[in-house]
Design a protein around this ligand. Structure first.
Ligand code: SF4
Length: 248
């Protein structure tokens, strides 16, 4: 399993704004490319859309220099390592796009970055074969459950295969909820989680409105949490907090 270079959108140090580790300082590696097309996507992830990768020159400085894409494993590892040295950091977070489209690159990075630093995978939870290939390299999995109303596709079988592997790790599952989220698909998502990984934390993430996607009414958010808690051990409502405080 080898990949010497990949298109990366950006590498920077920031605060995790979503999910179980919200508020933690992390170094982020945002890859180009995704296999899905969610209605609420906030990332320009088209392949080739970023001729260069912007890299923060010092952790938290918000000053960037540009590296030509594709970026080599050695160069990416050096940039990540430099940011890790400059600021106390709790994990390296791989995001996108869909980072599992770059699984061999992540595997190669794991051999070059501080071995004690946890690797966190932020994934749409549909690519189980690439996950199997990097499972030993990953410590934390932040998996999205993608509803048909968001992607226009049904991902239940892919999610089931993915969850079966991912539950071996520190797994939490995010479910973005919006005004047009349907009760049936929400119940099916909770049921899937209950049957495969009932101990995993479920984070209900009220959508940040964009591109015509509207917010989920507050009363409905509470009703959804109550319904999910009838089936799962731990269900929390956490929005995208980084957007409130001007973080990347
Ligand atoms: S899976 Fe994530 S990156 Fe891909 S389209 Fe959906 S929101 Fe965007």
């Amino acid at each position: 399993m080898e990949s010497d270079s990949e298109n990366i959108i950006e590498i920077f140090s920031s605060i995790q704004g979503e999910g179980k580790y919200v508020g933690c300082r992390q170094v982020f590696v945002r890859f180009e490319g995704c296999n899905l097309h969610c209605a609420y996507c906030d990332t320009e992830h088209d392949v080739g859309a970023h001729p260069t990768c912007r890299v923060e020159t010092a952790a938290g400085s918000r000053v960037f220099h540009q590296l030509e894409n594709p970026v080599s494993v050695d160069d990416a590892a050096a940039q990540i390592q430099a940011l890790l040295v400059e600021a106390p950091t709790q994990a390296v977070s791989f995001t996108g796009g869909e980072p599992l489209l770059h699984a061999p690159f992540i595997h190669a990075l794991h051999e070059k970055v501080d071995a004690l630093m946890p690797f966190l995978l932020e994934t749409n939870g549909t690519l189980s074969e690439p996950l199997a290939a990097v499972l030993d390299d990953i410590d934390i999995i932040s998996m999205d459950l993608k509803l048909p109303s968001a992607t226009g596709e049904t991902q239940w079988d892919a999610h089931r295969r993915f969850l079966t592997l991912a539950r071996q790790k520190d797994l939490y599952v995010k479910l973005v909820i919006a005004e047009d989220t349907k009760d049936e698909e929400f119940i099916q998502a909770v049921s899937l989680l209950e049957s495969v990984a009932p101990d995993a934390l479920l984070v209900l993430q009220p959508v940040t409105p964009c591109g015509g996607v509207k917010a989920c009414p507050p009363e409905r958010v509470l009703a959804m949490q109550a319904e999910a808690m009838r089936h799962l051990h731990d269900v929390r409502v956490i929005p995208q907090t980084h957007k409130f405080i001007g973080q990347l």
